[in-house]
Design a protein around this ligand. Structure first.
Ligand SMILES: [Zn+2]
Length: 254
């Protein structure tokens, strides 16, 4: 069983009551795999009983503040728990996948606890292809055009495919268009977590239907959903897609 938790469901808006910026975790076989780190994500995770000492890897889609606003605090928390509470970290280390290492230097400067002994942070620059694999999970990255970059090594925004327990789950970074996920979704997937900050609900529903997506979770909400969840739900019903508009704190078992 894979447990997905929505720590933050909002796009990069001004503060919205009841919603925080993007962050999602997957708990698989006793380990935590963390995607994006918007404001407040570590506090939210601790409040929901997610064990920070079990973080195996962190994957960042891109270095915009609504995806990394809570990252310095997350790194601080991982090391603080190890230092103060003597709770050993899983594997004594965790991996972090960074699309833009130059910008990540600033995050590390804000969270110098990552240098304290006891748990090692292993940093990787994200590239297209399989970026992480252990006995339980395989993660594949694919660049997108959200940041409008070009060139073979110029991409700093990524989506991810998570393969675990025979399931295929796609996590969209902020994509330019949904079809940028084609290589990850391929002929279908069990779950697609799609951001709606930049795309109409109807367009994402049509994409999911055309690609044989079994279940669609809307996250990273933009103005359309924030204005009226009810109207968005009507569109989902009309399109006959198995979809849900996520809220902070939602849990999904896959
Ligand atoms: Zn965003």
């Amino acid at each position: 069983m894979i447990k997905l938790t929505i720590l933050g469901s909002c796009s990069g808006t001004e503060p919205m009551p009841g919603r925080h910026h993007e962050a999602v975790t997957f708990e698989i076989n006793g380990k935590v795999y963390w995607f994006d780190a918007g404001e407040n994500c570590s506090h939210m995770a601790c409040s929901m009983g997610i064990d920070i000492s079990k973080i195996r890897a962190i994957f960042l889609s891109h270095m915009h503040i609504d995806h990394i606003g809570g990252l310095a605090n997350l790194i601080f928390t991982i090391h603080k728990i190890n230092m103060m509470h003597k709770i050993p970290h899983i594997n004594d280390s965790y991996d972090i996948y960074v699309p833009d290492p130059a910008k990540f230097e600033h995050i590390k400067a804000l969270s110098p606890t990552h240098r304290v002994k006891g748990v090692e942070m292993i940093e990787h620059e994200v590239r297209d292809g399989v970026v992480f694999e252990d006995e339980d999970v395989r993660i594949t990255a694919l660049h997108n055009t959200h940041l409008k970059e070009t060139g073979e090594r110029g991409w700093h925004s990524y989506s991810y495919l998570i393969e675990a327990e025979g399931k295929r789950i796609v996590y969209s970074g902020d994509v330019g268009v949904p079809h940028e996920l084609d290589e990850l979704v391929r002929d279908g997937c069990d779950l697609l977590i799609h951001e709606t900050g930049h795309h109409p609900v109807s367009v994402v529903c049509a994409y999911a239907k055309s690609r044989n997506v079994k279940r669609l979770l809307f996250n990273h909400h933009g103005r359309e959903i924030l204005r009226s969840v009810e109207d968005a739900e009507k569109i989902i019903a009309e399109k006959q897609v198995n979809a849900k508009i996520c809220n902070d704190g939602d849990v999904e078992l896959i």
